[in-house]
Design a protein around this ligand. Structure first.
Ligand code: AMP
Length: 436
């Protein structure tokens, strides 16, 4: 009997982890730059949090949640997104009392029971920021700027920003009726889901990807034309501030995003490299969510980005940046003396901060060298009787074949390696990963 990972949930193998580590580091660096603090909510929450927060009529709640009873029969759910959890934590720990204005970010796995395809899986990973406690339109722009800065730091150009405003709860009510009327005489030729959405919440029709519905959706009136005065003013200010910051955008009046909690500004950053699932990240305002989850009326704005998609796009571009995870040095030990010497040297070098390894399978010289090559070690040092007697060895660069004499002391070896480190770091974006 062999086992396979659950459909739509995949292993991230050691060869790929360097890219993930780098993206995670960049998310943390950029978040810190804008003063967002990390929060780590649990992966499992009470189901109600999502059904209430995200909305019963959404695809996420209606079809895509991994929900199960615990031993006492309470319904639990693997989180499909993190905004509801962050707001729960904000209220549960009284952050809103201590300091109602909070800037938070998170990273972690999310779960949605969707049909797996390129850029879409059932366990995926998101990073995101949430700025809770202000209606200021400059905060909408800051959140968008965080996203752009992160993309810039990863060298990702060629992206575009889709922007819209869906207004406040009152505007939703009016816009829903406008949409209901628009779709009324076409609804019988649309998909069964949209026929249900037409009754429950016609806004959700605009998220539909079914080919039968696209013509009617493309002809639908945009939400920007149905905003109240205050929401229209807020949106005009967001646009003005984006232009002032030289952040280009394209208005998409039918962008509503698939979660019910959004109000006013909504946006997506899209990449041409992704095909049908082109959104690298998406977000917007959720001015009613805190109150909906039992707190005082408190506005908020944020976004969530897909790590998996980001890494897919990075991998498709040449010179994708990856954290340097290559082993500094592999010691090839010959004979018993060589091995005893290598074991001590390994310990001493690790104390000096050098990543180093050696053979544990009693293999001959040639096989040890082939193994060092296959794991992508940067340097090789052979330790035989001659080397130990003369207390001198030859450090060999595996990529270039260049050799250098080195005294066999931990300090001399560590020094030779630290001289090379800067060069390795600067070339790590092109570095090859281990060849195992
Ligand atoms: P959402 O939480 O639906 O607003 O999605 C925000 C971002 O998360 C999207 O733009 C994607 O990059 C990513 N994402 C959402 N669902 C998936 C999925 N099933 N697989 C991979 N990435 C996803």
């Amino acid at each position: 009997m062999t086992y396979e990972a659950v459909r739509g949930m995949r292993d991230i193998l050691p060869e790929e982890v360097g890219c993930w580590t780098l993206v995670e580091e960049r998310v943390r660096d950029v978040a810190r730059l804008y003063n967002y603090r990390e929060i780590r909510p649990p992966i499992v929450e009470h189901t109600e949090l999502f059904s209430r927060g995200i909305g019963e009529a959404t695809d996420i709640v209606g079809k895509e949640m991994f929900t199960f009873p615990d031993k006492k029969g309470r319904s639990l759910t693997l989180r499909p997104e993190a905004t509801a959890s962050v707001v729960r934590a904000y209220l549960e720990h009284g952050l809103h009392v201590k300091e109602p204005f909070q800037k938070l970010f998170y990273l972690g796995p999310m779960f949605r029971y969707e049909k797996p395809q390129k850029g879409r899986s059932r366990q995926f990973h998101q990073y995101g920021v949430e700025a809770i406690g202000s209606l200021d339109s400059s905060l909408d722009v800051e959140v968008i700027e965080v996203a752009w800065t992160l993309m810039d730091s990863l060298g990702l150009g060629g992206l575009s920003l889709r922007l819209n405003s869906i207004g406040c709860a009152q505007d939703h009510g009016r816009y829903r009726e406008v949409l209901r009327a628009h779709f009324a005489d076409r609804i019988t030729s649309m998909c069964p889901d949209c026929q249900r959405r037409h009754k429950e919440n016609p806004l959700r029709i605009l998220d539909c990807k079914d080919a039968r519905c696209q013509e009617a959706i493309a002809a639908a009136p945009g939400s920007v034309d149905h905003l109240c005065e205050e929401c229209a003013r807020h949106f005009a200010e967001v646009r003005r501030l984006l232009e002032h910051a030289s952040l280009s955008y394209r208005i998409d009046g039918r962008l509503v995003r698939g979660l019910d909690y959004y109000t006013r500004t909504v946006f997506e950053l899209v990449s041409q490299d992704l095909g049908a699932q082109d959104a690298l990240l998406g977000g917007g305002r959720y001015d009613d969510l805190v109150a909906k989850l039992g707190g005082p009326p408190t506005p908020g704005v944020g976004f969530a980005g897909g790590m998996d998609r980001l890494i897919l796009v990075l991998a498709e571009r040449a010179n994708a940046p990856c954290a340097d995870e290559r082993l500094n040095l592999f010691l090839v030990a010959l004979g018993e003396k060589g091995r005893a010497f290598a074991l001590d040297l390994t310990r001493a070098l690790r104390r000096e901060g050098v990543s180093v390894d050696l053979d544990y399978r009693g293999r001959p010289l040639r096989k040890q060298i082939a193994y060092a090559d296959s794991i992508g070690a940067r340097l090789l040092l052979v330790l035989g009787e001659n080397e130990i007697e003369s207390a001198k060895g030859r450090l060999k660069e595996m990529d270039s074949g260049v050799e250098e004499d080195v005294a066999l002391t931990p300090a001399a070896i560590a020094d030779a390696i630290s001289r090379r480190r800067e060069e390795w770091n600067s070339s790590s974006s092109q570095s090859k990963s281990p060849r195992t």
